[in-house]
Ligand binder design. Structure first.
Ligand code: HEC
Ligand code: HEC
Length: 183
């Protein structure tokens, strides 16, 4: 009887604590990265590729990428913005960067795979992301007319716009059976 009583007390304490942890954001609750929620950002940065979620790179990377000089020559393109928009976009990126969240598992993994002084300008150069794709042959990426570069995440990750990158949501154009061809 006493044992049962103790067990009930334990449960009564445990459940609210676990729920409070959830509300306070103490545990990673989401598998992916946080979806984009800023109109200035989507309007400024989704013209040439989909709007990469801020949680795909750490703050120090966004800081570098968003410098005016850097935007002028953005991977060979001009991605300059009016100063007001540049500041707004940068702020949104910094507030939601990979190293600001403890709730999105994918961002945590990205962040952890980088040394403190590493600030890649590309998501595709983040060790965690690089490793996940190292087995995919050229013919499925560069030589695949409907993909062309690993940078176009959403060509293969059908839910990329929602921040979901699980391998069971991948569909490589022209390679419906990719899963049997890799590994
Ligand atoms: C005028 C076209 C254009 C605009 C506008 C643009 N980008 Fe890009 N972006 C590119 C190109 C081209 C690449 C390189 C793609 C490749 O290597 O295949 C790129 C690559 C990137 C990458 C690296 C992707 C990788 O390879 O991991 C990031 C991050 C990025 N852009 C962020 C932004 C942000 C933030 C903005 C808004 C300020 C922006 N881009 C606006 C053309 C653009
Ligand atoms: C050519 C198609 C293709 C492109 C483009 C691509 N991926 Fe992937 N990605 C894959 C495949 C295939 C896998 C699964 C690899 C495996 O299971 O061996 C994967 C795996 C992943 C994983 C791990 C998923 C898991 O369940 O473990 C993440 C995260 C990821 N990709 C993110 C990205 C991001 C971010 C980009 C863009 C910068 C991107 N991918 C571009 C095909 C692609």
């Amino acid at each position: 009887m006493k044992k049962l009583f103790l067990l009930m007390i334990a449960i009564a304490i445990y459940i609210p604590t676990a729920m409070a942890g959830d509300f306070l954001g103490l545990f990673p609750r989401h598998k992916g990265v946080k979806p984009v929620s800023n109109i200035t950002y989507s309007q400024s940065c989704a013209e040439c590729h989909f709007a990469y979620q801020p949680g795909l790179l750490p703050k120090r990377s966004w800081q570098k990428l968003m410098e005016p000089k850097q935007l002028e020559d953005h991977f060979g393109e001009n991605a300059e913005l009016p100063e007001k928009d540049r500041i707004a976009v940068l702020q949104f990126l910094l507030d939601n960067a990979a190293d600001t969240t403890i709730r999105y598992k994918r961002s945590i993994k990205i962040s952890r795979s980088l040394a403190d002084d590493e600030a890649p300008l590309r998501i595709t150069e983040v060790p965690y992301i690089k490793k996940k794709h190292e087995e995919i042959p050229r013919k499925m990426i560069q030589d695949n007319r409907q993909v062309r570069s690993l940078s176009y995440c959403n060509k293969c990750h059908t839910q990329a716009a929602k921040g979901v990158f699980d391998d069971d949501t991948v569909d490589i154009p022209n390679f419906p059976d990719w899963d049997d061809l890799i590994d």
